[in-house]
Design a protein around this ligand. Structure first.
Ligand code: PMP
Length: 305
């Protein structure tokens, strides 16, 4: 893993080796941190790095922090500024992935959310492809259920909740699949281990609603907008039954790390023709042009570093 030289930690930019939390910290003991996985993309023609939709990522992060009863004086603008300062320190000239995190920083035991102070940090790494077969993923239905909003909210990007994602991912990969689809408590398709999901039926794109125990993905939101505006495709947010998947013409995952990953097989049954479909393919091109700041129409999504 190619990590950054510097991190933002305890209110300043420091060498990464100095950005360490104690084994007695609340976040380490109880998983009480919230984060966002964000990316910046190197545009070779313009010789500039662009962060993709930082305002939306930080807005979601602040909502997650609120769920965890964290109190921060930061807002979206101040978080963007900190990020810019950090990314400029290491002069990145390639695609990168970074993790802004609010964490419960006090030392000592006592499981609770109240009366624990929190802090903020960011580290950066070079981006590595997330799903190996990103145009022909073979996916299974996980035997693990997606965490429920009334247990641990999937809507919040809460570190401890990623035990659920880790169970979903590892059991799928160790059984020979690339990824898994998790069902929620009602048996509806929610999402992958760290990505949202879409299917096409009769030319209409369908994705689970934000009330079906999903993370409110920034890529999901981007794809919905691109599909409607650029492809004129109807997009419907509604619950998806397990067996509907086998009637889909196309399926794909969306996520900051996963990009647009074509799902071509689910539990040994082909999806559509068994190849990444035309809607997913077109959306990937549109999405990549947007993230690399190659489409002036969507440049309001990019912030230059
Ligand atoms: N669902 C989960 C559980 C995730 O961890 C992620 C990755 N952040 C996503 C969906 C996709 O969200 P986004 O498009 O904002 O990266």
């Amino acid at each position: 893993m190619d990590l950054s030289k510097h991190a933002y930690f305890e209110g300043k930019i420091v060498p990464l080796s100095e950005a360490n939390v104690s084994i007695a910290s609340h976040a380490f003991l109880y998983g009480t941190s919230v984060f966002s996985g964000m990316r910046a993309f190197w545009n070779e023609e313009r010789k500039r790095l662009f962060i993709f939709r930082p305002y939306d990522h930080f807005r979601r992060l602040l909502h997650s922090a609120r769920m965890m009863a964290m109190q921060t004086s930061h807002d979206e603008e101040s978080l963007i500024q900190l990020t810019l300062d950090l990314l400029r320190t290491d002069s990145w000239k390639q695609d990168i992935y970074f993790r802004p995190t609010f964490y419960k920083a006090d030392l000592g035991i006592g499981v609770r959310l109240h009366d624990v102070s929190d802090d903020f940090c960011i580290f950066v790494m070079a981006y590595e492809k997330y799903v190996k077969n990103d145009s022909n993923a073979h996916v299974t239905f996980s035997s693990w259920r997606r965490i429920d909003d009334n247990a641990i909210p999937a809507r919040g990007k809460i570190a401890g909740a990623y035990v659920n994602s880790a169970l979903i991912k590892s059991d799928a990969v160790r059984s020979g699949f690339d990824e898994a689809l998790a069902l929620d408590q009602n048996g509806h398709v929610s999402e992958g281990s760290a990505m949202n999901v879409f299917m096409a039926r009769d030319g209409v794109l369908i994705t689970p609603p934000v009330t079906d125990n999903i993370l409110e993905g920034v890529t999901r939101k981007t794809v919905i907008e691109l599909a409607r505006r650029e492809l004129g495709i109807e997009v419907v947010e509604r619950s998806i039954d397990r067996t509907e998947v086998f009637a889909a013409e196309e399926m794909f995952f969306t996520g900051t790390a996963a990009g647009i990953t074509g799902i071509t097989k689910v539990d040994h049954r082909l999806i559509g023709t068994g190849e990444m479909g035309p809607i997913a393919t077109q959306l990937r091109t549109l999405y990549e042009n947007a993230i690399y700041a190659r489409n002036p129409k969507y440049e309001h999504w990019n912030i230059a570093v």
